[in-house]
Design a protein. Structure first.
Lengths: 156, 348, 760
């Protein structure tokens, strides 16, 4: 398979890579760029562990070819901190409200939460639950994740 | 899970895309969002030599009114349908379906209405990993000669589980197909072959470019009902779309579709016709319609989608009934919600 | 000198959360080493077969393939959790026993090459008749799955206490019911992965999800025929276990073999399907329960027979076959009880321990109490109260229950849930139900039953705790830090942890027997106390004070009441160094259990030193047209002994309700095409989503166990079990009839409603 050159913009940084076109964005993030924060939990677009933002929209990176997102701005969990290295409000809230247990679903959950809050500044609890419906957590039962997100919405 | 090898093509516009499809006919697949295709490729259910990316075909992302039709570009993301005032007003069933497909990260950007329309048929015995399928002969849909869902079946029994397809079939949409040979428009009934092995009547060089739905009149209403165990993510165990028109207290036009029963969304012509002329408050007529829907849909169902066959058959009646009831409510401008637990196209 | 607790009982944010929210934390599949190879496993396409020949020659020749292994590369050692269950070679030489079993593996430079190499391995198998159901298996006349187990009966646990015939004779009311449940499954967030590398001195380092690295290191050393000290299982973040990652896995062994053969690091990452089917899953159970009660609802006799589908190997068979019974005998008083638990081999994936252990057993017991109560005119809560375990009791098999606040749990849950107002008064199709259960805090694990911890100080007063305790995501690391910080007057950020590394950390029983806080926390606490005592000795001399009068708070040592005259912790550490008596701490704790107790041969004696108790109440609404359940509210109350961190505990309660109740009772089960699992991924195995979950009320009850650290014991697993029972009970209340086959999916609920209507 002939490799193709790609320029990917991830967390504000440009990467020049040369990869076979059959690589998913998830594979490129984890293997080429060694950004292992984004996880593979199922590989078939169900669990949401692979969620990243593409121009601010949440997408399943395990189902997205890297070649498809050239020219967009990709944000992963590693890019949530601001330039000063301070945690995003949603990250801090997850810590403070006990919304993190094993942590495997956390990156995907945070990205979905961030995208959701950007579009829904004053959500109800029901809205939040629906907004997270594409992210599976096996540890928390979701209660504290929802509480953490509601808290951020209230603060803003 | 590594994808198989392919050559990746990036047409800059529809014309280039069509030329590529013509040039590689039968060996190329188009990728819009990829949420179905990429999974199938990982499972080696599809291994196209060429992947034609539609990412630069932004010109196919639109929802607009053209006289008495609403035209929807094939690469319009599901979230646009979900949130569009035009769609919510005229086709609440379609907006509702879009809201129930997958999850937010499927609905944004990647999930398109064209892609959902072209969702391949599904079966528990087919949609499995290559390892799972190994060790025994392949099934009909997998280029083989056997069916593992239904013993001794000489044909594929996979089912259409697309919510968009069910809703669009209910709305009597027209599908526009383009190729280097020109453009043609098909009524949606003709877009589906009813064959699990090859569910779509499009040629290998054709691309779905537009979906057209006639703007309904004032006393028309539609509803989409979906049965799943969970509140999101799941494909429908069974679904139903009803589109009704009402005149002088009677049903003047009806179109009822069951999804998850057979390789095409099942348009129940006979059952729909029997509803015409019935009084809008005739509860018995609705019950009878539901019963008939169940009878017809059951003939197409086998135990290959999860839950139990018996249950899915029973629920085809319930989904049909709820779709008809809600459509009627909408016709009459009544916003009361009947039926509690089915996932439904309420305005968010 | 006693002081008021400052950190115990505090909602301290977990110390491991930061690395998890930034994506910095590494799970096994995230590890990258130079020259690392991709490992992949070749699996059997048959469910039962003799292995005639495995031809790896073509795979070995493929460019980019650096090692290929099969049964012939093993030492042929059979592994088992117990000496008498050693039946698994992990890479078999003679026989395949389930569809998908490991049969060979490759390590190659990339994934594509590895996949191609797998296709070049040819298998010569002689198919044998396979059995897929325990009853079919027991009746089978085909070749047994394992030699030496006639009728494929793997384990038989027999317990007989008191005089059950007399108990039944004296009973006012007796009923017998059979309850069934399909397999359930863990679906940990993280799919299994294993990484192995050898150094030039032949030391092996491995990383993989585990519920106790010490429990995996020894079997691995045996299998590889290496001395234990050369097998180092390293600390790694783990994405959930739930009972399914305690045993050595073929993935671990195969990864090590490939690393040894290739001379390079190897990483194997399982797909979600492999994680579901090729590690462990829960047992399917058929449970027949006969219970006799007096007119007040007190159980006078109970006779239970259980058939468990064990899959292809023994795994933790003796334990798995016993635990459902043991939970029940802990939760409820009964003088006369008999149990026959059978675990049967089938040609299906291997079954192990699971958090909601024994749905049909646990729910069956409680549903029977509901049904018996109904006939007697006694409500479900009262039925639980009259039978509830009390502190000071002995269980039928002879465990003394030192602490128990079950009655308080039931009463508080009932009050919070509004039981009195609601039961019998809810609108049609709404129901409320209760479940009660108990879980062991550890069990006899022989030489591995105890935990040990060390504390060292840095010259700036910083503290490092060295402990074998493992964190699967439930917060064990944080627990250790809170305990040590508490005893040494520190902030949690002052404590460094070295944990779960078999080269460095001392023995620990692992988390899988729910004993991490009890044994590991106690050991850490004692190590800190030991260190503190030594600090006080030094400080006392310097301050001319009595060591018993000293306190350590905010990193300062002073005589109680005179905090202005202090020595800093750092100073005292340095004093110890300069005096030639550097300060360190050692602590160890082994729960006082009867080490003669054995699951099969001698199932009596003290099983655990402490038991947790819980009661859950669920309120549901059923749609009578579809059988779908909307869960309105769940109230969970557990006697946890002492809540070291209530925020962490609540998270455990909530997760337990999701797994045991919402998923476990409504939607989670595996279904099969003979030996093939039809739903190995989260698409078709329905784990709950955020919008599926109800409002949850958490009630933490503290009985202050005399032996637990600060009084703490097992926390939250009893909720996974009692939540399932509560959902079952609530649904039965909502529809007016009892379903005995689990999970209670909508089709079954609808069928029950229709059946009841027909009967009129």
């Amino acid at each position: 398979m002939k490799k193709i050159p790609l320029v990917l913009s991830v967390n504000g940084e440009e990467y020049d890579i040369y990869i076979p076109p059959n690589r998913t964005l998830l594979e490129v993030l984890r293997e080429e760029l060694e950004l292992t924060g984004t996880k593979e939990g199922c590989g078939e677009g169900v669990c949401g562990s692979c969620t990243v933002l593409c121009d601010g929209f949440p997408i399943r990176s395990c189902l997205t070819l890297a070649a498809e997102v050239q020219g967009t701005e990709i944000t992963t969990v590693e890019g949530l901190k601001n330039e000063d290295g301070q945690l995003d409000l949603v990250q801090q809230s997850f810590i403070d409200r006990g919304a993190v247990q094993c942590g495997f679903c956390t990156p995907g959950m945070l990205m979905s939460a961030k995208a959701f809050l950007n579009r829904n500044p004053s959500p109800s609890e029901d809205d939040v639950r629906k907004g997270l419906s594409g992210n599976i957590c096996r540890c928390t039962g979701y209660t504290k994740i929802v509480e953490a997100i509601m808290e951020v919405a209230k603060k803003k | 899970m590594r994808l198989p090898s392919f050559e990746y093509l990036e047409p800059r516009n529809v014309e280039e895309a069509l030329e590529m499809l013509a040039g590689h006919a039968g060996r190329a697949a188009v990728v819009a969002g990829g949420t179905d295709l990429i999974v199938r490729m990982k499972q080696r259910l599809a291994q196209p030599a060429f992947l034609v990316s539609l990412k630069q075909l932004g010109g196919l992302n639109y929802i607009r009114r053209e006289n008495s039709l609403i035209a929807i570009g094939a690469t319009t993301p599901l979230v646009s349908l979900r949130d569009s005032d035009l769609i919510k007003t005229h086709f609440p069933s379609l907006a509702g379906a879009a809201r129930l497909i997958g999850a937010p990260s499927i609905q944004h950007l990647r999930g398109t209405i064209g892609g959902n329309l072209c969702l391949q048929t599904r079966c528990l015995y087919y949609n499995q990993s290559p390892f799972w399928r190994s060790g025994r002969p392949p099934c009909h849909k997998d280029q083989g000669k056997i069916c593992y869902a239904e013993e001794n079946s000489d044909r594929c029994r996979s089912a259409n589980q697309s919510d968009g397809a069910c809703a669009l079939m209910g709305l009597g949409a027209g599908i526009v197909l383009s190729s280097t040979r020109g453009t043609r428009s098909l009524p949606i009934e003709d877009f589906f072959t009813g064959k699990g092995e090859s569910p779509f009547a499009a040629g290998p060089d054709e691309l779905v470019t537009e979906i057209r739905i006639p703007v309904p009149g004032n006393s028309e209403g539609s509803s989409f009902q979906k049965l799943t165990y969970r509140s999101a993510v799941d494909f429908a165990l069974v679904s139903a779309t009803a589109w009704l028109a009402v005149e002088k207290g009677r049903i003047s036009r009806a179109r009822l579709v069951i999804g998850g029963a057979g390789a095409s969304p099942l348009l129940l012509k006979e059952t729909s016709d029997k509803l015409v002329g019935k009084d809008v408050h005739d509860k018995h007529a609705v019950e009878e319609t539901a019963r008939q829907a169940r009878n017809h849909a059951s003939a197409f169902m086998v135990d290959n989608l999860g839950s139990t066959l018996e249950y899915r058959k029973k629920m085809s009646a319930v989904m049909a009934k709820r779709a008809v009831q809600k459509a009627l409510d909408r016709c009459l401008g009544n916003s009361s919600v009947k039926g509690r637990k089915s996932q439904e196209d309420q305005k968010s | 000198m006693k002081k008021a607790h400052t950190l115990i009982g505090e909602r301290v944010p977990r110390v491991d959360s930061l690395a998890k929210v930034t994506g910095e934390v590494r799970f096994s599949g995230d590890l990258i080493f130079p020259r690392m190879l991709v490992g992949m496993v070749k699996r059997s396409p048959l469910a039962h077969a003799r292995i005639l020949h495995v031809d790896t020659s073509r795979a070995e020749k493929l460019k980019g393939v650096k090692a290929v292994v099969a049964g012939k590369d093993t030492a042929g050692v059979k592994w088992g959790v117990f000496g008498y269950t050693q039946d698994m070679e992990l890479l078999p030489r003679d026989k395949i026993r389930y569809f998908g079993e490991e049969i060979a593996a490759v390590a190659a430079v990339d994934e594509d090459t590895a996949m191609e190499a797998l296709n070049l391995i040819t298998l010569d198998l002689e198919e044998l008749p396979a059995v897929y159901d325990p009853f079919e298996s027991m009746a089978s006349e085909g070749p047994p799955i394992h030699e030496g187990y006639p009728n494929n009966i793997n384990i038989h646990v027999h317990i007989d206490v008191g005089d059950i015939e007399k108990g039944f004779r004296d009973s006012h009311l007796v009923r017998e019911d059979t309850f069934t449940a399909d397999e359930d499954s863990y679906f940990q967030g993280e799919p299994y992965a294993a990484v192995a590398r050898f150094d030039d001195a032949g030391n092996l380092e491995m990383w993989m999800p585990n519920a106790g690295p010490h429990m995996k290191a020894k079997p691995l050393a045996n299998l590889l025929q290496m001395p234990l000290h050369k097998v180092r299982l390293r600390k790694i973040a783990i994405g959930g276990a739930f009972g399914g990652r305690s045993e050595i896995s073929p993935a671990d062994y195969i990864c090590a073999l490939l690393a040894r053969k290739s001379g390079r690091p190897v990483k194997i990452v399982y797909t979600r399907e492999e994680n579901s089917v090729n590690i462990r899953m829960g047992h399917a159970l058929v449970t027949t329960i006969k219970t006799g009660v007096d007119s007040k609802g007190r159980v006078l006799a109970r006779d239970i027979t259980c058939y468990m589908d064990g899959g292809a190997y023994s795994s933790t068979g003796p334990i798995a076959t016993s635990v459902p019974f043991l939970c029940m005998e802990q939760a409820y008083r009964m003088d006369n009880v008999r149990y026959n638990g059978y675990r049967i081999f089938t040609n299906k994936p291997v079954r192990g321990m699971i958090r909601m252990h024994g749905r049909s057993f646990a729910c069956g017991v409680d549903l029977q109490l509901d049904m018996l109560g109904k006939e007697l005119g006694i409500d479900p809560v009262t039925m639980r109260l009259v039978n509830a375990r009390r502190a000071g009791d002995f269980t039928p098999t002879g465990s003394h229950v030192a602490s128990c606040a079950l009655t308080e749990c039931i009463e508080k849950a009932a009050e919070k849930a509004g039981w009195k107002e609601k039961y019998g008064n809810l609108p049609a199709w709404r129901g409320i139900g209760i479940g009660v259960n108990s879980v062991q805090t550890g069990f006899p694990l022989g030489i591995r039953g105890g935990s040990q911890a060390f504390i060292k100080f840095n010259e700036d007063g910083g503290v490092t705790l060295i402990s074998g305790v493992v964190d699967n995501g439930q917060g064990n690391d944080n627990m250790l830090v809170q305990v040590v910080a508490e005893e040494l007057g520190l902030e949690v950020s002052d404590v460094t942890l070295i944990t779960a590394d078999t080269e460095v950390t001392p023995n620990d029983p692992g988390s899988y027997s729910m004993v991490s806080t009890f044994a590991g926390g106690n050991a850490a606490r004692l190590a800190a106390v030991d260190a503190r005592n030594k600090l006080f000795e030094i400080a006392a001399k310097a301050m001319e004070a009595n060591p018993d009068d000293l306190v350590l708070e905010n990193k300062k040592i002073f005589v109680a009441g005179s905090s202005d005259k202090f020595l800093s912790l750092q100073k005292v550490v340095r004093m110890g160094l300069i005096q030639g008596h550097p300060v360190s701490g050692e602590g160890h704790y082994a729960p006082k259990v009867d080490q003669r107790r054995e699951w099969v041969k001698n199932p009596k004696g003290q099983l655990s030193e402490a038991f947790s108790f819980g009661a859950t109440i669920a309120e549901v609404e059923v749609d009578p047209e579809t059988g779908m359940v909307k869960t309105l509210e769940v109230t969970a109350a557990q006697d946890v002994g002492r809540a070291i961190n209530p925020m962490v505990l609540e998270g455990q309660f909530e997760g337990s309700i999701a797994m045991g109740g919402q998923g476990g009772m409504l939607t989670e089960y595996h279904f099969w095409d003979k030996g093939r699992c039809l739903n190995p991924t989260q698409l078709e195995y329905k784990v709950p989503l955020a919008a599926d979950m109800p409002k949850i009320n958490n009630i933490i009850v503290e009985s202050l166990d005399p032996a637990g650290p600060y009084g703490a014991k097992e926390a939250a697993m009893s909720i996974a079990m009692s939540a399932a029972q509560a959902y079952a009970s609530a649904i039965a209340d909502a529809i007016g009839t009892t379903i005995k086959d689990f999970p209670m999916t909508p089709d079954k609920i609808l069928a029950a409603i229709e059946s009841k209507k027909e009967k009129g």
